[in-house]
Write a protein that binds this ligand. Structure first.
Ligand code: ATP
Ligand code: MG
Length: 393
């Protein structure tokens, strides 16, 4: 372990959330160890503004709850304390440990599937063990607010300096335990413009299939972080390179012929680029913009098919088609109800504009989803100008 003292780093208390500092001091006063850890430390060292401040302590969730009135315990996989303030929630996790008494612990706390995936991992431990349980070296720096020193157990400082994304431990085991780590590796490599270490990268294509075992709600959240926080197009390219794209979007990407796949990918790429631009201009990102675009062509092609086969009108065919397509998508991704509702609205408006593009009534322009729908319509029109697609569309 290396200790980096105050004079050798650039983190000052001023840059840390006051609420996080309050919690850290109270834990220390009560006799516990407590540190700022994770993205908060990493981003402050790099010179970025942290998205949130995560804390780690040797106090158990129950002990944390006793100290803070505004505390709620959450999580099944790992039990974590959320300390709630008016404008922010601070996550406090108890140091996680290894389980040496495998016989007992495997049954009670540390459940694995037969693929090696951890279902529950709620063993408490020492800080050294906690460090080994974290994902990346750059995410495993512990900042002590009392003496302003940083503890580095796994070479995180060196990797930040060298701009390397390195998984802690054996990559294959760590991805098997939690396949979401593959997406996190990609996310941080694009967000921080860092290179993925050789072994950390090599194991991804081999284990990419495991992504389909991630619970659908977690996958949806991770994908929003990966694709809609300013680096979506870069992330798309890396997902493709590491064979993850076809697993994540097995529907729609594995269900259609080559030309339709080109259409789906072109729309997706354009929408990602558009979102990246919006994010950089600090404009609001609406997740339904991306999800409605990814599923547009499957929905549209299916609608036409149903219309022709059943000899019914477009609107009735559309109603059948949208239910079917959203159901197929939900096997892998659990898209929240509110977003599903917005996707349907966007598709409705796109349909309307497509057939009445010269004279869009005010009522349609006032639709809450008009802006997103019109944007997709324009991108679609550009893509479909290509001769190959004229035959299909
Ligand atoms: P950001 O908040 O900027 O997205 P972060 O690294 O803080 O990045 P969080 O999801 O807030 O990410 O997680 C906090 C810390 O918890 C991480 O830095 C890492 O140390 C640990 N962690 C998060 N997810 C995992 C995981 N899947 N496996 C192991 N450790 C993890
Ligand atoms: Mg964080």
């Amino acid at each position: 372990m290396i200790i980096i003292y105050k004079k050798n780093h650039n983190i000052s208390r001023k840059k840390i959330s006051k609420n996080a500092i309050k919690i850290l001091f109270r834990l220390h006063k009560s006799g516990y160890q407590a540190y700022l850890v994770g993205g908060g430390v990493r981003d402050l060292i790099i010179g970025k503004t942290p998205k949130d401040f995560d804390l780690a302590t040797n106090a158990t969730p129950f002990e944390i709850q006793k100290l803070f009135k505004n505390c709620r315990l959450i999580g099944r996989r790992f039990q974590i304390a959320h300390i709630m303030f008016k404008k922010e929630t601070i996550e406090v996790s108890t140091f996680r440990g290894h389980n040496h008494d495998k016989k007992n612990i495997n049954k009670i706390h540390k459940k694995k599937t037969n693929l090696g995936m951890l279902l529950r991992d709620n063993i408490f431990g020492q800080i050294e063990e906690d460090a080994e349980r974290r994902d990346l070296t750059i995410n495993t720096l512990y900042f002590n607010v009392i003496d302003l020193s940083i503890r580095d157990y796994v070479g995180g400082i060196k990797d930040i300096k060298k701009k390397i994304i390195r998984l802690i431990g054996d990559p294959e085991t760590r991805y098997r335990e939690d396949p979401v780590r593959m997406l996190r590796v990609i996310r941080f490599s694009v967000q921080l413009r860092m290179k993925i270490e050789k072994n950390t990268a090599k194991a991804i294509p081999k284990l990419a299939k495991l992504i389909s075992h991630v619970p659908s709600a977690r996958l949806y959240n991770e994908l929003n972080k990966l694709l809609q926080t300013g680096f979506g197009y870069q992330a798309y390219k890396k997902l493709k390179k590491f064979c993850l794209l076809k697993i994540i979007f097995s529907f729609p990407l594995l269900h259609y012929n080559k030309n339709i796949n080109i259409l789906i990918n072109s729309l997706l790429i354009n929408v990602l680029k558009e979102n990246d631009k919006r994010y950089k201009k600090k404009k609001k990102i609406h997740p339904e913009f991306l999800w409605s675009a990814i599923l547009w062509y499957p929905y549209f092609i299916n609608t036409i098919k149903i219309k022709n086969n059943k000899k019914i009108n477009y609107k009735d065919a559309s109603n059948i088609s949208l239910k079917l397509i959203l159901k197929k998508a939900s096997f892998i991704l659990s898209i929240p109800k509110q977003i599903i509702y917005s996707i349907k609205e966007i598709w409705k408006v796109i349909n309307f504009i497509t057939y009445n593009s010269k004279n869009i009534p005010k009522k349609i322009k006032k639709n809450k989803k008009f802006f997103e729908a019109y944007n997709i319509y324009i991108i679609k029109k550009k893509i479909e100008k290509n001769k190959i697609f004229k035959k299909i569309i």
